[in-house]
Design a protein around this ligand. Structure first.
Ligand SMILES: Nc1ncnc2c1ncn2[C@@H]1O[C@H](COP(=O)(O)OP(=O)(O)O)[C@@H](O)[C@H]1O
Ligand SMILES: N[C@@H](CCC(=O)OP(=O)(O)O)C(=O)O
Length: 357
């Protein structure tokens, strides 16, 4: 482990009665500090703004639930980040707050700016502490939950490890509280689909539940990032993960993907246009040879994309094939469709095929 993104769930930073769990947060800060002292780079993604805010701000029942969440998050984020700031300061570390929305991952420029900032912080030994900007991120602008944000962050900073800390030891074969349920300790490419094991239940402050954790863990592992879903309430868990003794679920990583492909892997909700390709182009993309996508293999395009936007590729039956970064705009492509000897619309380095998943 060299660069690690650690996601701390709402139910890790709160007690069962919903009050902030300061001793747990202190323990995690101490554990992170130990990792840093061993030379590891650590990025934290922490939930808890809503849970912290709810403790201090009492709102009338009739207020719209979305507005309630915005108010609690806007208030609670202050206490949450101060808690981390004070506790890390006692351990001799500086932190930085980064609040993000999905929009920041959509645009390659925003994405690279954010990536540069986080890398800059890491190079100065500062711990980036990330949360979703819940005051602006509502409905379709929202990440599924912070597990998705953590997984996007791990891909962005080229982390080799992603740790999703929650209140159970990992993924079980049934409800974790039932004696028949067993912990799945290792997941790899050959492991059968686990989603049937997951119950819809989640913590009272959490959002996505175990299913998002599972999906995000699989996606990250496919990009070459090793993932652990582990119990953040367990004392010394980070050190146990580091020395291999943790009782948790580990997702074995596939070979590492090139960095732009990692950005694209999470881009399915962000694409701005779609291009349909013919059978010959499909064969070329899926062959063992490194192939960029050329206009000659394109039969039609739709949407409105500019150079640098993410575009989705479909085959002539409309099946989704992959995503890519447009090398030029939809307008420029319109004049080249079906023509030979034109510049690739998607360069191989910026092409992500869904077969990787
Ligand atoms: N098969 C399963 N294995 C493990 N946990 C499960 C499973 N099915 C449902 N869960 C529930 O998922 C919860 C964790 O998800 P969530 O509440 O979103 O956590 P967090 O707030 O840490 O993101 C656990 O507390 C557990 O009750
Ligand atoms: N941004 C929200 C986190 C929501 C969320 O994803 O919670 P969780 O499922 O516990 O990680 C907050 O800080 O309250």
């Amino acid at each position: 482990m060299q660069t690690c993104v650690i996601k701390i769930g709402s139910n890790v930073v709160t007690q069962e009665n919903g009050m902030p769990d300061f001793s747990r947060i202190r323990s995690l800060c101490t554990q992170v500090s130990l990792l840093k002292n061993k030379g590891k780079k650590v990025v934290l993604v922490t939930s808890g703004a809503v849970a912290f805010g709810r403790q201090h701000i009492h709102l009338p029942e009739k207020i719209n639930p979305v507005l309630k969440k915005q108010i609690w998050a806007a208030n609670g984020q202050i206490a949450l980040i101060h808690t981390y700031q004070n506790m890390f300061a006692e351990l001799g570390h500086s932190i930085a707050q980064i609040l993000v929305t999905k929009e920041d991952f959509r645009d390659r420029k925003h994405y690279l700016n954010m990536k540069n900032c986080i890398e800059g912080l890491l190079s100065q030994g500062i711990i980036p502490v990330i949360n979703e900007n819940d005051t602006v991120a509502i409905t379709e602008l929202m990440f599924t939950d912070n597990d998705e944000l953590a997984s996007l962050t791990a891909a962005m900073v080229n982390a080799d490890t992603l740790i999703l800390l929650t209140n159970v030891n990992g993924v079980y074969t049934g409800p974790p509280e039932l004696p028949d349920s067993t912990l799945i300790q290792m997941v790899d490419q050959l492991t059968q689909n686990l989603s049937n094991f997951i119950q819809a239940s989640k913590s009272s402050f959490g959002r996505g539940g175990m299913l998002t954790k599972l999906n995000m863990a699989k996606k990250s592992a496919n990009l070459g990032i090793q993932v652990f879903i582990a119990n953040g309430k367990k004392e010394g868990i980070l050190n146990e993960i580091l020395d291999g003794s943790a009782i948790c679920t580990r997702f074995d990583p596939s070979p590492i993907k090139h960095s732009p492909k990692k950005w694209l892997a999470h881009g399915e909700q962000y694409y701005k246009g779609e291009i349909m390709i013919n059978e010959g182009a499909k064969k070329a993309l899926f062959s063992n040879k490194i192939s960029s996508l050329l206009p000659v293999g394109i039969t039609s395009c739709s949407g409105d994309f500019e150079k640098g936007d993410i575009i989705r590729i479909v085959d002539d039956s409309g099946n989704r094939i992959g995503l890519g970064k447009a090398a030029y705009s939809m307008k420029a492509l319109g004049e080249k469709i079906g023509q030979k000897k034109q510049k690739p619309i998607i360069h191989y380095d910026y092409l992500y095929l869904f077969t990787y998943e």
